[in-house]
Write a protein that binds this ligand. Sequence first.
Ligand SMILES: Cc1ncc(COP(=O)(O)O)c(C=O)c1O
Length: 451
Amino acid sequence: MKTATGAAPASGGAVSIEALEADYAARNPRSRRQYELGRTVMPGGVAKGAYFSKPYPLFLVSGEGCYVTTLDGQRLLDCANHHTAGVLGHRQPAVLEAVQEQLAQGFALGGPTTVEYELAREITERVPSLERVRFAGSGGEAAQNVLRLVRGWTGRQKIAKFEGAFHGRVDALEVSVGPPLDEAGPQSAPQAVPQGRGFERGAAEDTVILPYSHPEAVERLLMQHRDELAAVWLDPRAGVLDADREFIRHMRLITEELDLLLVMDEVVAFRVGPGGLQEQCGIRPDLTTFGKIIGGGFPIGAFGGRADLMDLLDDARGGTGYMHSGTFHGHPVALAAGLATLRTLTPAAYDHLTALGDELRTEANALFGRLGVAAQAVGDGSLFGIHFTAEPLRDYRSLATADGEQAYRVYLQLLAQGVMLSSGLGMCALSLPMDRSHVAAVLTALEGAVG
Ligand SMILES: Cc1ncc(COP(=O)(O)O)c(C=O)c1O
């Protein structure tokens, strides 16, 4: 078998990981040196754990359109797009201009700026369930604020969330994000497993874990915990799975029936259409969190929804018992970049992105079928993930059957061919400057890697 990198195949046909890592090392000596340098002052050599990838991270120096350039000078087609946040690609002119204008006017001014109203209006006009919105520094911080609101409003402590769902660095929500299956309990009533050490005492006890796409089990668990729950957190799994729209609608119905607050996470899902996934499903969650694309590549989060809940944060009412603060929340540069991004994302832009995403998923699946590879390309709109398993993908447990080693091998082979996906291939995204030729380039590289 001929390999994409020229590395020798291991016995059994697949290229060995050792050969691919040696090839990576030969192509990326500067990244290696930077990594070693970084390790002298930062754990793992990088600014955050999520930047670490095996065998060592690829350091990036610049981005233009849908390409990034590595420290070793390789130009890569960017299908990771900064954890999906970069929907317009790099250095998009309207975003650059908005940022430069804001920088010229001043930043960190220490008071409200008019751009916050502009972005708040843009988002509330797009998303009917948003009667009010506030800004935060990240999607996780938006979730923290919502957690306080729903606990305060209901006087209840517990929340329900889906197994496998990530909502940011919030203890109660970071339970069972990736639990080992031997600790995760039965599928129909998953155990709450903290994602790591150092969690607040009570985080797992206060969290009810739901199995995604299993309506009967979810209904039973919600009935059972109904009187203890402050809210149900819905991650529609956009990009990670094919978001199950019928199930999402069912979640709104069942929470309404049980008189439970529904919080929807649109941090990633807001990429799929002008009004997010909730618009496509025709539902109105009580509260919603946002992040990623609404900051145009700068740190941001937002949360909003029902006016009666959000107005608990209205300081003009006197001591409401709630406080919303954060030195850089609502930073004008992020808001200006986000506003320029959303204004560029016209319905036609979304149509273009979705057509590319559909073509990529359809053709990748046809390729896997032709080659007899047990793999699936899933996702929504411009979001996609590739999972090496024949198991029908519907929830965390079916995703857990995927072959991570094969994903790693393909990740390295794609890099060698100039295509950068997210390191586990599970959360990838296209960007607006791309056209069908870029999708074709991904497919050609994929064929070279799995063929
Ligand atoms: C679905 C989802 N929700 C929330 C978050 C948290 O957002 P942030 O990283 O801005 O805190 C993420 C981050 O990847 C996410 O994927």
